[in-house]
Design a protein around this ligand. Structure first.
Ligand SMILES: O=P(O)(O)OC[C@H]1O[C@H](OP(=O)(O)OP(=O)(O)O)[C@H](O)[C@@H]1O
Ligand code: HPA
Ligand SMILES: [Mg+2]
Length: 173
């Protein structure tokens, strides 16, 4: 679950995140060829901003919009989901509206709560994330890596370098 019960840790370095976001862009490039491309990206803030920048660079997409959603107010604790900003009219009207020709990008789906709300705004959009947990996976069209539901993903922008005690000191016995 997306809460304090998430007891496995999956730390991701900047280097790893860049590689995974680029792998997502490769998959989306195939999708773009098959479906007529993407006219715009909608990044789900804040976590989606980082992969959105990488995907936009790789696919040469210049029209970038945001949907601003907050759901995890404290570390690992899901609060009420708040939509702080929806989609601008110009993007909502692309190719006849409802998200046709639009790529939605987020860093991950966990319970799928955020994805469900944003998909409802743009039902015809393609929804992409770098990581997916099983509960949210059915809501995502393209992703790169699945992790178990009880895993917490630590993103590089939430971490810093810190001293690690030698294994010998922490070892039992
Ligand atoms: O599938 P869900 O259970 O909805 O969880 C996934 C969402 O939670 C995180 O965002 P968060 O609301 O923590 O905000 P942030 O992107 O600003 O960190 C993450 O970036 C996803 O957007
Ligand atoms: O596993 C996670 N890591 C970081 N942020 C998150 N928001 C929901 N789930 C996660
Ligand atoms: Mg987010």
């Amino acid at each position: 679950m997306a809460d304090a019960r998430a007891d496995k840790a999956f730390p991701v370095s900047w280097d790893q995140f860049h590689r995974d976001a680029r792998a997502l862009a490769w998959r989306l490039a195939g999708e773009a060829r098959a479906t007529g491309g993407f006219d715009a990206i909608v990044a789900i803030t804040r976590g989606g901003l980082v992969p959105a920048a990488i995907v936009a660079r790789e696919l040469d997409i210049r029209l970038i919009e945001t949907v601003c959603v907050a759901s995890y107010h404290d570390y690992k604790t899901q609060g009420g989901l708040q939509v702080l900003k929806g989609v601008e009219e110009r993007v909502a009207k692309i190719r006849g509206g409802e998200g046709a020709g639009v790529l939605i990008v987020d860093d991950l789906v966990d319970t799928g709560g955020t994805a469900r709300v944003v998909r409802a705004m743009l039902p015809k959009a393609h929804f992409a994330t770098v990581y997916a947990k099983p509960m949210g996976r059915p809501l995502v069209d393209t992703f790169v890596t699945e992790v178990s539901q009880d895993t917490w993903i630590y993103f590089p922008w939430d971490m810093g370098l810190s001293f690690q005690p030698p294994i010998r000191e922490g070892a039992p016995g």
